[in-house]
Design a protein around this ligand. Structure first.
Ligand code: NAD
Length: 379
């Protein structure tokens, strides 16, 4: 049993829809088995399944967070692991990092596991990660906290994002916010001919860890920021930051230069897309498009969409620094590099008359092929 206290509030509510899951995004597609490893193990302590999917190690060890969640069926959890691991390969490759893509899933019970029960799940998962000998490095994801990583770390060294007092890099959200702001400059340069954000009208949907830090940075740089959140207590945060408050059901259709989805996935769907009144969509949320084909519809409407996995790579770069032993300064430089990286992707999209989403995938694929990926995944 773990000696570490397990407070951990983040837990699946029975029947809750997992952020970024197919149930949430509405996209239920077959997952091609192009992965290097898929390991499913019934934990000896917990009796529950723990899963690791390694999509690719062509560019480096496969890094990706682990989710602790209750799935109606184990096959749903496997599907999630496979799909998300593939996404991590593309995210790392598009960011130009020497990392592969992987994902962990811990199949929790219907109610939130606490105490010994939770520790058993985490320790079982730690054993599975350790058995892969460093091919997969785990991190925090939905339903997990840094304290959970400390428990996993009892069984394996292959953990990133530990709390600073345990030698980890701590909260990634300041880095993610820096990367989103850098991405907005790239978008502004491509769309308006100048990277200047002062005077630009930006709507931030979701004033959480990243959204609030982004709002602060943009206000400091002279942008006109409006923000929303489903949590009414965030209205005060908006006011303190100098941002105008918008009701959460109105933010997506608010008239602005840049719409920044910074809450959960699926913010833009077929129903609200025709109503958008922004020039650019650029935010930190994962899986912003309820369906990837909406990238075409956004382009058809003349809205510049910055692919989320390029924009929000600051969080990944943050843990990458932990693995490579980089200084905070070096990591910050890498995050600021998202501006140039994204601008190249947006220009490539213009040149080839393809969507920025397809251009980002093509860049990632080229990097994977250059690294000699045996069976690079099709974009
Ligand atoms: P968070 O949980 O701190 O904040 C999310 C905020 O969105 C909360 O305040 C919540 O109340 C609000 N919200 C939820 N649904 C909403 C809705 N429909 N409308 C308006 N507000 C809503 O999360 P975070 O760490 O800030 O991350 C935000 C998003 O960015 C997530 O999709 C996450 O996966 C992604 N992301 C975060 C990081 C990071 O460094 N934290 C890195 C990469 C990607």
């Amino acid at each position: 049993m773990s000696a570490v206290a397990t407070p951990r509030s983040s837990a699946p509510a029975p029947g809750a829809v997992l952020p970024g899951s197919e149930a949430q995004t509405g996209a239920v597609a077959p997952v091609a088995l192009e992965h290097e490893d898929l390991v499913l193990h019934r934990g000896s302590r917990s009796g529950h399944y723990v899963i690791v999917a390694v999509h690719s190690t062509a560019l480096g060890p496969a890094l990706g967070g682990a989710r602790l969640w209750h799935y109606p069926a184990t096959t749903d959890a496997v599907r999630d692991a496979l799909r998300l691991a593939r996404g991590m390969t593309f995210k790392a490759a598009a960011a130009g990092l020497a990392l592969g893509g992987g994902k962990g899933v811990i199949c929790g019970p219907a109610r939130a596991p606490v105490g010994r029960e939770r520790d058993d799940l985490l320790l079982d998962f730690g054993d599975l990660v350790e058995s892969l000998g460093g091919r997969y490095i785990t991190a925090e994801d939905v339903g997990m906290s840094p304290a959970d990583l400390v428990v996993i770390n009892e069984r394996t060294e292959h953990v990133t994002g530990l709390p600073p007092e345990r030698g980890g890099s701590g909260d990634p959200s300041p880095f993610t916010a820096v990367g989103v702001e850098a991405s907005m400059r790239a978008c502004a340069r491509v769309r308006f001919g100048s990277p200047e954000l002062a005077g630009r009208r930006v709507v931030i949907a979701g004033l959480g860890h990243v959204g609030a830090k982004l709002a602060r940075r943009l206000v400091d740089h002279g942008a006109e920021v409006a923000a929303s959140d489903i949590d009414p207590a965030k209205r005060r945060v908006a006011e303190e930051l100098g941002a105008r408050w918008i009701k959460p059901d109105e933010e997506i259709v608010a008239e602005c230069d840049i719409l920044a989805p910074c809450a959960l996935g699926g913010a833009i769907d077929a129903a609200n897309l025709p109503l958008l009144r922004c020039e650019i969509v650029c935010g930190c949320a994962n899986n912003q498009l309820a369906d990837e084909s909406l990238a075409e519809a956004l382009a058809a409407r003349g809205i510049l969409y910055a692919p989320d996995f390029v924009v929000n790579a600051g969080g990944l770069i943050h843990v990458y620094r932990e693995i490579r032993g980089y200084s905070e300064e070096h990591a910050r430089e890498l995050v600021l590099g998202i501006e140039r990286n994204l601008e190249e992707i947006l220009r490539t999209a213009q040149k080839r008359a393809i969507t920025p989403l397809n251009a980002a995938r093509a860049v990632a694929l080229e990097r994977l092929q250059a690294a000699g990926a045996e069976r690079p995944a099709a974009a």
